[in-house]
Write a protein that binds this ligand. Structure first.
Ligand code: NAP
Length: 293
């Protein structure tokens, strides 16, 4: 559903007028920013991508299941930034809905940005979790991004410009008992993005695998029925980051050609620790104490 049309020169937010004076006021450093499609835009990191891309003048296509939240967000972004926002309600665990979004991408001629962000966590032993939930995770984290990247790359290469950001995770770098499918699907996204970036070198299309650590969003809330409420107190406060900061760092890293990108010093430090024998022992003990394995 089209949420209405607004010109870039009308109803512009006062802050936006200031940055309009700069030659390149968007992370792609391009004239006339086109369309950015963000999956999982109803909450957390995806919502933050929507805000920051809108501020930079991109028109948006917002995808998630909770249409009412997307409609509300679309309305406020249109009013605040004078951009065009379209809402596409889709459940990316369903192949029909994946096809619907894929078609939208193929038809969007001025697609500049694709953010494959939709995702959810899982907990519990692999052999005990319902197979349907594991397959849903595969569809959202793997099948949907494959279809969307394929459609986007065709468009973007023709246009000679574009950015694809795939939400991987720090969890993609090491094994996690109790989240077998999660770490494996995120590892797929990381490796897939790295190879795709290399294949697209010289075409003007950039790819990033964004690998955040603990981020304050709805992710750990237990909202999804296959994830137990995560005991946040088990993770030191200092290790948590805000979604806005993750997104700001991610967009800033694109022109620097950082393909596998870990946002924040604390996450890079955490990865170093978790890749030691000692670090893994501590992590496993914490997971046991939290009743996740
Ligand atoms: N938070 C962290 O600590 C963390 C760390 C590393 C990586 N990540 C990754 O970052 C991404 C965003 O997570 P977040 O932390 O922002 O979590 P969040 O606040 O729970 O947001 C998840 C988003 O994904 C959407 N989504 C989930 N299942 C979907 C489905 N079947 N179809 C369509 N949309 C779906 C949700 O929208 P609806 O419910 O409205 O459909 C929501 O907009 C995920 O891929 C996650 O794996 C998060």
């Amino acid at each position: 559903m089209k949420q209405g049309i607004a010109s870039f020169n009308s109803g512009v937010h006062p802050e936006r007028k200031t940055i309009d004076l700069l030659k390149h006021d968007n992370f792609m450093r391009c004239e006339n920013p086109g369309v950015a499609l963000v999956t999982g835009a109803s909450a957390g990191i995806g919502k933050s991508f929507a805000h920051q891309l809108a501020f930079q003048g991109f028109n948006l296509i917002l995808v998630a299941r909770r249409k009412e939240l997307l409609d509300k967000l679309a309305e406020s972004l249109q009013q605040e930034h004078g951009i065009i926002v379209e809402v596409l309600a889709a459940d990316l665990s369903k192949s029909n809905d994946i096809a619907k979004v894929e078609k939208k991408i193929s038809e969007t001629q001025n697609l500049d940005v694709l953010v494959n962000n939709a995702g959810f966590g899982g907990s519990g032993k692999f052999s005990e979790a319902p197979i349907e939930k594991e397959m849903e995770m595969r569809a959202v984290h793997v099948d949907a991004p494959i279809h969307f990247c394929r459609a986007a790359v065709k468009r973007m290469v023709k246009r000679g410009r574009g950015t694809i950001i795939n939400l991987s995770s720090l969890a993609s770098f090491f094994p996690i008992p109790g989240a077998v499918m999660y770490s494996a699907t995120k590892a797929f996204l990381k490796e897939f993005s790295a190879s795709l970036a290399m294949e697209l070198f010289g075409t003007g299309v950039k790819v990033q695998a964004l690998c955040p650590g603990f981020t304050q969003t709805e992710f750990h809330s237990g909202r999804h029925n296959n994830i137990k409420k995560f005991d946040k107190s088990a993770v030191p406060k200092a290790l948590w980051m805000k979604a806005d900061e993750i997104v700001r760092l991610s967009l800033a890293a694109v022109p620097e050609n950082k393909v596998v990108f870990i946002p924040g010093f604390k996450n890079r430090f955490l990865l170093l620790i978790l890749n030691t024998w000692f670090g893994r022992r501590i992590a496993k003990r914490r997971l046991k104490k939290m009743g996740r394995i």
